[in-house]
Design a protein around this ligand. Structure first.
Ligand code: KG4
Ligand code: ZN
Length: 340
């Protein structure tokens, strides 16, 4: 007798690569049964950035409560799970270890398959958790813009990527965070600049649009822009900084760099749609400019799925599950893991 293929695949996913302790239960890679995120942002704000040692200790403190909550909110038991997924990299080594060890412990105790997921692939799969999931067709272009990455990928099928370009220095989110600090805005700088920019004039200062020349292919660079903002701030007394205008002008430069490269890549590769993912894809000016300047569907996740979460790890793990890509209990963390 042929056993019908199991209809519901439920995966418990864990994400602890940076400063969010997160767990989620995802069904068939598209439906979130729960998505619990304990953010440590307030804890790190006083350091102006993520303090790795503090982050890993906090993950240890929170991880089991967060997992328990994710299971409770999903209204299922461990017997209903088909696999345990966890971010294996890239990220902070101490933080990653907490998630991977928790996942290994659960996989062993509950006799479930273990799936290690690349954090960047997780961000890419956050789009499958949106209402647009059923409309997604390949090939598509995905711009991953986060605190650690600015990468442009051509995605030809599930799990099949071509890396078209990436940042040569700072990631987009890193630039937002550093400029936020220069402007005296609270950490993280991205959301604070997004907000301040709505009250500012984006044409007040003409900052460099980094690496627009075609010889750089689809690569990005933001460190020169950050230096230009620093130079501009030095012209004012610190309590008289035109914060909103500087924020709006800086943001416009980042957005223009990201949009122009994405437009070129979309044209060259004849894609069906453009996807934005990662923390910076929550940026309103970026979403708006991308949608206006690209004559294709431009999709991005809701803000809660832009920044780090475990549901996206569960969505990516589903495709690994379908393809029989499992890990053993020897799974290790890889802090500088690449997607390809
Ligand atoms: O994806 P994510 O949560 O973590 C990493 O994988 O790095 O991204 C965090 C980054 C931070 O740099 C934060 O400043 C930025 O995303 N970010 C934003 C916005 N919301 C978060 N940047 C610009 N505008 C936003 N609205
Ligand atoms: Zn991330």
């Amino acid at each position: 007798m042929v056993t019908p293929e199991k209809q519901m695949i439920r995966i418990l996913a864990i994400e602890t690569s940076c400063d969010e302790t997160a767990a989620a239960v995802v069904e068939n890679g598209t439906r979130m049964l729960s998505n619990v995120i304990a953010s440590q942002t307030d804890l790190h704000a006083k350091y102006g950035g993520v303090f790795p040692e503090v982050a890993s200790r906090k993950h240890v403190e929170l991880i089991y409560a967060v997992i328990r909550q994710a299971m409770q909110q999903a209204h299922i038991g461990y017997d209903d799970l088909d696999a345990i997924a966890v971010t294996k990299g890239p990220g902070l080594v101490g933080s990653l270890l907490v998630g991977v060890n928790a996942a290994k412990g659960l996989a062993l105790a509950r006799r479930k398959p273990l799936i290690g997921v690349n954090h960047i692939e997780g961000h890419i799969y956050s789009l499958w958790l949106t209402e647009a999931a059923a409309e997604i067709e390949f090939p598509l272009l995905t711009l991953v813009v986060s605190g650690g990455h600015t990468e442009l990928y051509l995605m030809r099928d599930h799990g099949v990527y071509e890396h078209l370009g990436g940042t040569l220095d700072d990631a987009a989110g890193e630039a937002f965070d550093k400029v936020g600090r220069l402007l005296g805005l609270p950490y993280p700088g991205g959301p604070a600049i997004d907000k301040a920019a709505t009250q500012g004039n984006a044409q007040a200062y003409r900052f460099p649009r980094a690496v627009m020349q075609s010889e750089h292919g689809y690569n990005f660079s933001f460190s020169g822009l950050k230096t230009a903002v620093l130079r501009q701030t030095k012209k004012f007394e610190s309590n008289r900084l035109p914060v909103n205008d500087l924020a709006a002008s800086f943001q416009a430069a980042v957005v223009e760099s990201l949009v122009s490269k994405t437009v070129q890549a979309a044209q060259e590769h004849g894609v069906t749609a453009v996807h934005l993912a990662g923390g910076v894809s929550a940026n309103r000016a970026l979403r708006q400019a991308m949608s206006q300047q690209i004559d294709l569907p431009v999709r991005y996740p809701p803000p809660v799925l832009c920044t780090d979460n475990a549901a996206m790890i569960g969505a990516a793990a589903y495709w690994a599950f379908k393809n029989g890509r499992f890990d053993t209990l020897n799974l290790d963390v890889t802090p500088s893991l690449r997607l390809i």
